[in-house]
Design a protein around this ligand. Structure first.
Ligand SMILES: [Zn+2]
Length: 353
């Protein structure tokens, strides 16, 4: 009892101190609770954002291949490779490698929802009013189909490539540049005459200038589109971005460029298999080119193979017959890319369609 009396006397003597202590305790509890609730909300928001970013549609295997081969930028496509080209290539390779590392399998995706109804007028909408095409209905790609694709030509190698394709009765796809001069024009005609798909890569292949703005991309695209049309009478409908659909040079506007090009009806293709002929400046040995594809293709239902058509790519040409033979042994048939093929399985960034 003495203890209670002692406490009571203490309380009466220091009433103000007790009241202050209780108030401080209550205030601290409320503050801590608010902080915990706020942090939980933050975590939830971050989690939703990450889920959105992970809206992937390419297989893990193709992501790895695309990451490995992201330096499609290795552009010795033109025999007149100069110092500035070299520095751009190095910068692009580095930027793309960093970019791929950054994403670590979480490749940023454009929204897959249709932009109809929410489309806002853009300053470049009315640029090049002829630069439109109509997308046909998509057809299902039969299993065990391989699409061989050649970037950066036409070049001194194009005739060799065409001869091999002809000997094997195979149609393929050429994503061409505007840098081939008169030989380039001659080869463009031969590509068309022999039944292959002539598609657009770029006119200049100058990463810095083409990806500067949507307008500069359209300027370059229109230049090569016009060259192809005037040379062959073909209006291309397919294209491939130098460096792939998302790379170190178009991180700031790849969504806008993709949206604009697909709004105009064009389709782009990345790849899910590669011979690896752009990974270093020294030619990749032919055997390695073959095994780079065959070791991955057996796991694929169908595939788009990235190769380069450029003067220094002699081992790519050397590898081609063995690659065709190996793929046939794995049960594949060959076809060319066309506008009614869905590019999504081979695309780094989900296309609008
Ligand atoms: Zn290229």
């Amino acid at each position: 009892m003495k203890i209670f009396q002692y406490i009571k006397s203490l309380f009466l003597k220091h009433t103000k101190v007790f009241v202050c202590a209780v108030v401080i305790l209550c205030a601290t509890t409320v503050t801590l609770t608010n902080l915990i609730v706020a942090r939980n909300n933050e975590v939830q928001v971050e989690s939703v954002k990450e889920n959105k970013d992970e809206e992937l549609h390419v297989t893990k295997a193709s992501e790895k291949k695309i990451k490995d081969e992201g330096n499609d930028s290795q552009d010795t496509y033109n025999k007149a490779v100069d110092k500035s080209t070299k520095s751009v290539q190095e910068a692009e390779e580095k930027a793309y490698a960093n970019d791929a590392d950054e994403s670590k399998g979480k490749i940023l995706s454009t929204t897959s929802t249709s932009h109809e109804g929410t489309y806002k007028t853009k300053s470049y909408d009315n640029l090049y009013p002829e630069l439109y095409c109509t997308r046909p209905e998509t057809q299902v790609t039969p299993n065990k189909t391989i699409f061989l694709t050649f970037d950066d030509g036409p070049s001194q190698r194009t005739a060799e490539v065409l001869d091999i394709l002809k000997a094997n009765d195979i149609k393929a796809t050429f994503f061409v540049t505007g840098c081939g001069g008169e030989l380039g024009k001659k080869m463009m005609k031969r590509i068309v005459d022999e039944g292959h798909t002539l598609a657009i890569h770029t006119y200049t292949h100058d990463f810095k200038s083409i990806y500067k703005t949507v307008e500069s991309y359209l300027d370059d695209f229109n230049k090569i589109y016009t060259l192809v049309y005037e040379t062959t009478g073909v209006k291309p409908t397919l294209f491939r971005f130098p460096g792939g659909s998302k790379n170190g040079f178009n991180k700031h506007n790849y969504r806008e460029i993709i949206a604009e090009m697909t709004r105009r009806g064009f389709d782009y293709f990345d790849w899910n298999l590669s011979v690896g002929d752009a990974v270093s400046r020294t030619p990749t040995p032919a055997e390695k080119c073959v095994s780079n594809v065959l070791s991955n293709s057996s796991k694929c239902a169908h595939g788009v193979v990235l190769m380069h058509d450029a003067a220094p790519k002699r081992t790519t040409v050397e590898a081609l017959p063995k690659l065709i033979e190996g793929l046939r042994q794995q049960g594949f048939r060959f076809d060319k890319l066309t506008h009614n093929i869905d590019p999504a399985p081979y695309s780094l960034v989900r296309p609008y369609r």
